[in-house]
Design a binder for this molecule. Structure first.
Ligand SMILES: Cc1cc2nc3c(=O)[nH]c(=O)nc-3n(C[C@H](O)[C@H](O)[C@H](O)COP(=O)(O)OP(=O)(O)OC[C@H]3O[C@@H](n4cnc5c(N)ncnc54)[C@H](O)[C@@H]3O)c2cc1C
Length: 601
């Protein structure tokens, strides 16, 4: 039975709340305003927009995995970063930060009748406003939000018929077991201990911790000869960035990791026809193989050989660019093909993490884990003791939904679900490229044998309550094409709330089955990755195939997909541009039978 019909005019009139002022929240708000929602409100816990890229969080050497054109939205151009031709347009944290601020200024301020002449239009973003508790309102229609002003501490309850969670997955610090600051205190360690999310605001304390007399020796080997060193725990991007920054300040730094997140690197910028086309996405197997070339590449022996060789080559080339020796701990990396935890550094840099390790400016202790703190620093699982002046713990983030929503509510709404692994057995993919996978990473199970799984259909709406059209989520699709997918998801959510003609599952049960299929695919494609345990950051993992996932969502809205165009020969190399999405508002409004788009946008 199809989902119930919607009174579009009423939906547009009623208030809608977007929780989060990061990239997901901003684009969702802009798309809603453009589509004629008359009362859009954004709650942002921070004093600035941008989320991970807000001006309080970015640090000086923060480069990102994306190049110019990939981290923006169609309604607003981005000023290209400096030295674009040399770096291939590599974006820095500051570029994304400025862009998000500009986007907010231009698109999320609305003039109102009461505004005085020359007064700046009012922003729809309410800053320093944290959603601390979300509950279904007592009449079971809509949501009550307990909102706290993070400056005054005052709270109030607001009611919204519809909400969109855009709270991201990188704001709640998680310390690995036994590595919380209180554990350091217990062990008698007196130096500073910070999670990576707090490292930048506390950088002076961290740098000063080594003591002035030790700083002037630029040739000091970190950690040797009694030299204290800042110890960074973890092998991900933050761990690499912070240790590179600390080393660049002439301060000894030691990084301890089990596996390193590999960053793709090349000698010269790749042309757009390779870097920003569909080539990479076709070279990665997707949940459905929609084109002849994908079927050849992923289901034949010859195709699989070519694919696996290509990925191995990319991995090898990234090491070769830096002349990393075969036995170097820098080669203890996560697989580029089987894992999503990789980065894209672009052109080789002299100040990158790998460069600085190769120059001896950063000491590496790997593969191992830090098992505990000692009074002098840390100890590894093998018992190696490392003296530390300060410690940065870069062991990831927890769900931004915890606290705001309790487990029972999350299950009830369907933001997550519990799954018996047998229920995944029916989903099979006989891809030759997926032969001989690594072992499936174990995940915690509940006493009844089930384990936690994501519950979002198309990474956007809880399958279990898809028929209610009152809650959605943006920002949980693990993607390599962030601007493109966030904007497509925002359109999909708007269309879903407005009740536009869409290809949707007929019932919550059908939608739930499809989320299980998606989950089974995540496990099959990326067996070692369990990041979906934090559903606020990952509900689906198309990653390199994000463009195919976005195409499917465009098709759900009965809109043209594969918008980069080209003929049978050239389509693979046609660069994808976010500007392809610039007409989505008009296309959808025509579909709704409306002629006037909201002129504000
Ligand atoms: C160090 C680092 C490097 C990264 N590099 C890349 C990269 O190179 N490329 C890439 O594509 N992605 C990268 N990411 C992922 C990053 O999360 C995304 O780029 C992007 O920021 C996601 O946007 P978002 O809006 O979904 O979440 P966020 O950017 O996390 O924004 C979340 C927003 O929600 C607000 N919020 C949270 N909880 C509440 C609440 N209860 N009430 C009110 N507001 C709330 C926060 O204040 C914030 O405004 C990186 C992440 C980190 C941590």
């Amino acid at each position: 039975m199809p989902l119930p019909e919607v009174d579009t005019a009423q939906v547009k009139r009623e208030p809608v709340c977007i929780i989060g002022g990061g990239p997901s929240g901003l684009v969702t708000a802009q798309v809603f305003l453009r589509d004629g929602f008359q009362n859009v409100q954004v709650l942002c816990r921070d004093p600035h927009v941008g989320g991970v890229w807000s001006r309080d969080r970015i640090y000086p050497n923060m480069t990102i995995n994306n190049v110019d054109g990939e981290f923006r939205f169609s309604a607003h151009p981005m000023t290209p970063p400096p030295d674009s031709t040399l770096t291939g347009g590599r974006l820095r944290g500051i570029d994304v930060c400025r862009y998000m601020e500009e986007f907010h200024e231009k698109h999320l301020r609305i003039p109102s009748d009461g505004d005085a002449k020359n007064e700046q239009p009012k922003s729809i973003v309410r800053f320093n406003a944290e959603a601390v508790k979300i509950t279904r309102s007592p009449n079971s229609k809509g949501w009550d939000l307990l909102v706290k002003d993070t400056v005054s501490g005052e709270t109030e309850t607001l009611y919204f018929p519809r909400i969109v969670l855009c709270t991201g997955g990188a704001s709640v610090p998680v310390f690995a077991e036994g590595l919380a600051p209180k554990d350091a205190v217990k062990a008698g360690f007196t130096g500073p201990v910070f999670h990576s999310s707090d490292a930048w605001p506390n950088m002076m304390t961290i740098l000063d911790s080594v003591g002035v007399q030790e700083k002037p020796d630029p040739d000091a080997v970190p950690g040797a000869d009694g030299h204290k060193s800042v110890v960074v725990i973890g092998g991900g991007k933050s761990a690499q960035d912070f240790s590179a920054y600390i080393a660049s300040q002439g301060v000894p730094v030691t990084v301890v990791y089990n596996k390193l997140e590999i960053a793709l690197a090349v000698n010269k910028p790749l042309p757009r026809a390779i870097r920003q086309s569909r080539l990479m996405s076709v070279f990665s197997p997707h949940i459905t193989l929609n084109t002849r070339i994908e079927r050849f590449l992923h289901t034949t022996a010859a195709g699989a050989k070519m694919i696996r060789k290509t990925w191995e080559r990319m991995e090898e080339d990234s090491h070769d660019v830096y002349r990393v020796p075969k036995a170097s701990p820098l080669r203890i990396t996560r697989s580029l093909f089987w894992d999503v935890r990789s980065g894209d550094e672009g052109v080789k840099r002299e100040d990158s993490f790998v460069s600085l390790v190769m120059k001896g400016k950063i000491k590496v202790v790997a593969p191992t884990y830090v098992s505990k703190y000692t009074s002098r620093g840390v100890e590894t699982t093998e018992g190696e003791k490392l003296d530390a002046s300060a410690i940065i713990v870069a062991t990831g983030y927890g769900s931004s939904w915890n606290g705001m929503l309790d487990d029972a509510t999350m299950l009830e709404i369907g933001l997550s679900q519990r799954v018996d692994s047998n229920a995944l057995e029916e989903f099979k993919w006989n891809y030759t490229t997926l032969n001989n996978p690594p072992d499936l990473a174990p995940v915690p199970t509940f006493p009844d044998g089930t384990s936690k799984a994501p519950g979002l259909y198309r990474a956007s709406v809880p399958a279990k309550t898809i028929d209610r059209r009152d809650i959605a989520v943006n920002g949980t699709m693990f993607t390599s094409s962030i601007g493109y997918t966030l904007e497509v998801c925002a359109n999909w959510i708007s269309a879903y709330f407005l009740g536009e003609a869409m290809r949707l599952p007929d019932s919550p049960e059908d939608a739930t089955r499809l989320t299980l299929r998606e989950f089974a695919w995540s496990r099959r494609r990326y067996p070692e990755y369990t990041g979906w345990q934090n559903p606020s950051v990952t509900s689906t993992t198309p990653f390199f195939c994000a463009i195919q996932a976005a195409d499917e969502m465009l098709e759900d809205m009965y809109l043209p997909s594969m918008r980069s165009g080209g003929n049978w020969l050239t389509w693979l190399f046609k660069p994808i541009s976010i500007d392809e999405l610039g007409t989505l508002g008009e296309e959808r409004s025509r579909k709704r039978g409306e002629t006037n788009l909201n002129k504000l946008q």
